[in-house]
Design a protein around this ligand. Structure first.
Ligand code: APR
Length: 261
């Protein structure tokens, strides 16, 4: 695996690295990307039709069952070599002779970055592992029973505080990102020397605007994606490679170069 020279140079020199990830980051762990076709009980639905307040209003048990199936699917897969490389890079950076911070800003709602060892991951679209009351917004810490096999409808729990329905702690289409999360993501990319954009089609805003903000603020922007995307024109360097192949190769080269310094 040859790391493109401009990517390696930028990575070795960078003091503040931000990695913006999308569904492609988890693809090699076996998690379908958002725009992959749905499978199983929900194969006739597009994710965009299920991840909406309207779908929840119409049939909360159906949407809740879909999220439980995704929760179960993620629980049965492992972080891939790309997730592990990012966590290692941050660790090396923290201990390495030339300090550099490596932060992850993800659109993904899985916890694979955390399970790989990344800390303080910024989840723009929330998380599969967090739940809240749809009415009083109280975080739900109660038990969530995930069926062994996906079932089509499961009644969501009710909030112990107000009796409202407990919903997934994710940002649905048409909903606003939490302002403090968005502001944190913007501050990170605008302060970065290097922004890697990994595994996102760059379709969904405002997340898709982060590479533009990064470039405008002077960061080197690198896209890691096997396919052309809406981000490609914004990137200084396009690396047509997958996350689980590109990121370990990059981190190994950065460590080797650091070891020589
Ligand atoms: N490595 C890197 N990139 C990959 C890989 C891989 N192994 N496999 C696929 N990709 C790329 C695809 O080429 C595509 O560009 O990942 C991208 C996945 O795009 P989407 O499925 O659109 O996912 P994403 O960009 O994360 O969607 C953004 O949209 O639907 C909403 O909230 C949802 O967070 C999601 C957001």
């Amino acid at each position: 695996m040859v790391v493109p020279q401009p990517v390696l140079e930028a990575a070795v020199d960078a003091r503040r690295v931000v990695v913006v990830t999308g569904a492609g980051m988890s693809a090699e762990s076996g998690v379908p990307t958002f725009r992959d076709a749905q499978t199983g009980l929900w194969e006739q639905y597009a994710a965009e039709d299920l991840a909406t307040p309207e779908a929840w209003e119409r049939d909360p048990a159906f949407v809740w069952a879909w999220y439980l199936s995704r929760f179960g699917a993620v629980a049965h897969v492992q972080p891939n070599a790309g997730h592990l490389a990012l966590a290692r890079w941050a660790g090396t950076a923290a201990d390495g002779a030339r300090s550099a911070s490596v932060r992850v800003v993800t659109q993904n709602i899985d916890d694979l970055h955390e399970r790989a060892g990344s800390h303080d991951v910024v989840h723009l679209h929330g998380s599969l592992t967090s739940f809240r009351c749809e009415r009083c917004e109280t975080a739900y810490a109660g038990s969530v029973d995930v069926p062994e096999q996906p079932v089509e409808r499961v009644d969501p729990p009710t909030c112990p505080r107000c009796g409202g329905l407990v919903r997934p702690g994710v940002v649905w289409f048409g909903e606003l990102l939490p302002l403090e999360v968005w502001e944190q993501a913007v501050a990170l990319v605008e302060d970065a020397d290097l922004v890697l954009v990994v595994g996102t089609s760059g379709i969904v805003h405002p997340a898709a605007g982060l590479p533009v903000l990064a470039r405008g603020a002077g960061a080197v922007v690198v896209e890691v994606n096997p396919l052309e995307t809406d981000v490609s024109d914004v990137a200084h360097v396009v690396w047509r490679e997958t996350a689980a192949l590109a990121l370990p190769a990059l981190v190994a080269e950065v460590e080797a170069r650091r070891g020589q310094d």
